[in-house]
Design a protein around this ligand. Structure first.
Ligand code: NIG
Ligand code: FE
Length: 412
């Protein structure tokens, strides 16, 4: 099966195969080809170039993209898309003055979602999650990381990861599963956090590896959840099982979690709404991708990750949704891009780099995703007729996507 996209007004993010990450000043540039064509064979981008060279190319299907922009589908490197139930009551409680922390201390928050998930059977959880996955795919997401972490028991965590495995089979979207082993201390271990950590380390992690459910390990490193010592125990256990760390850190408090993550060669450090000079120093010279989650800042009214500080220091940055029922009930990457431009002062070029190639890097898949490169997967967004790509973040809240191609299949 071949698809030829013709008369593309702007083809964005055209990169050589050796580019796996874009940092600092380079994030300001989005290599673009104007008046271009692109050829897809099965699931792969096989050719592209200026329209003048599009002579004699035949295909099973031809798409005329006159006046339209084509770019890589979004790479959302941080989500909790597998969950059940909503937390609208907590949303209303926060409007009425309670903080996220106060709600969690009352047994709401993550524990609330965990209780619901434990009571939901695997098939229901799968159906609910598939709907969300289809929704975000329609919004242009072609690759997504999905975490466990609302199980908080061995069985419920395995259930979440098995659901993620089923989603992988049912969807064209590239899915990276992450074991978020230590997301909150479950009620049953309220006075025995170490007991819970031991359970995760000695039972859960080995089971997850044995069933080949995930190669990535996450932990919520935060006051009231897991401190530096707890986090290190988890990272060490992960390392012993060849798991790659991608951790929640510095959402509300900065106390050295970033340096610890870097020490364990984390692929990404996510949130970073709080950031101190030591964190910046740790990131410089590391292979760790900082990941900002602006929809979470928006929804919880907490600070935005200081993107300018990071990028202006020569560091890379990725953008992701954090899609989850508590802090970010939205998986819309288009909103993330707009919010990053509007609230974090990222340029459209920086935001698109952060949401494509750097997002792919933060999932360990930038060899096959995140740019328009021969040999990479055909994961593409075709926009409506818009004046330029900067119109996408500018005209926020509207849908600017005409079609989405994922794994060489036109899904929208
Ligand atoms: O990334 N911070 C920890 N975990 C999620 C939110 C969890 C929840 O409130 O359900 C996050 O924001
Ligand atoms: Fe998260």
């Amino acid at each position: 099966m071949t698809i030829l996209i013709k008369n593309i007004k702007e083809l964005l993010q055209v990169r050589e195969p050796n580019i796996a990450i874009v940092k600092g000043e380079d994030m300001k540039h989005l290599p673009t080809l104007k008046n271009a064509y692109l050829l897809i064979e099965n699931d792969t981008i096989v050719q592209f170039g200026p329209m003048d060279d599009c002579i004699g190319i035949e295909a099973n299907k031809i798409i005329d993209a006159n006046g339209k922009t084509v770019l890589p589908a979004w790479c959302d490197s941080h989500s909790h898309l597998v969950y059940t139930g909503d937390r609208t009551q907590e949303f209303v409680d926060r409007i009425n003055g309670l903080s996220y922390e106060e709600i969690a201390n009352r047994g709401g928050g993550i524990l609330n979602s965990a209780e619901k998930l434990q009571q939901t059977n695997e098939d229901d959880l799968f159906e609910q999650s598939l709907k969300r996955l289809e929704l975000v795919a329609n919004q242009g997401t072609g690759a997504i990381e999905i975490k466990s972490g609302y199980g908080l028991t061995i069985e419920a965590e395995l259930k979440m990861l098995r659901v993620i495995k089923r989603l992988k089979k049912h969807s064209q979207v590239k899915i990276i599963p992450t074991l978020l082993a230590a997301h909150a201390v479950p009620k049953a271990y309220k006075n025995d956090k170490q007991g819970f950590l031991d359970l995760v380390i000695n039972e859960l992690i080995p089971k997850v590896k044995k069933e080949e459910l995930s190669n990535y390990i996450d932990v919520f490193c935060e006051n009231g959840y897991f401190d530096l010592d707890d986090t290190e125990q988890i990272l060490k256990a992960g390392k012993a099982h060849d798991m790659i760390p991608k951790i929640h850190v510095n959402q509300f408090n900065a106390f050295g979690g970033v340096a610890l993550a870097v020490k364990y060669n984390a692929l990404s450090v996510d949130h970073l709404e709080e950031l101190n000079p030591d964190d910046m120093d740790a990131l410089k010279g590391s292979n760790t991708m900082p990941v900002a989650l602006p929809s979470c800042s928006y929804f919880l009214s907490i600070p935005y990750t200081p993107a300018r500080k990071l990028i202006d220091a020569g560091l890379p940055l990725a953008l992701a949704t954090d899609y989850n029922p508590g802090s970010t009930p939205s998986g819309n990457m288009n909103f993330v891009i707009s919010t990053a431009c509007i609230k974090m002062k990222m340029t459209p070029e920086e935001a698109i780099n952060a949401a494509t190639i750097n997002g792919a890097y933060a999932m360990g898949i930038s060899n096959l995703y995140g740019s328009i490169t021969k040999g990479k997967k055909a994961n593409l967004i075709i926009t409506n007729e818009i004046p330029s790509y900067a119109y996408m973040p500018y005209a926020f809240g509207d849908n600017h996507i005409d079609s989405v191609i994922i794994n060489g299949t036109i899904i929208k």
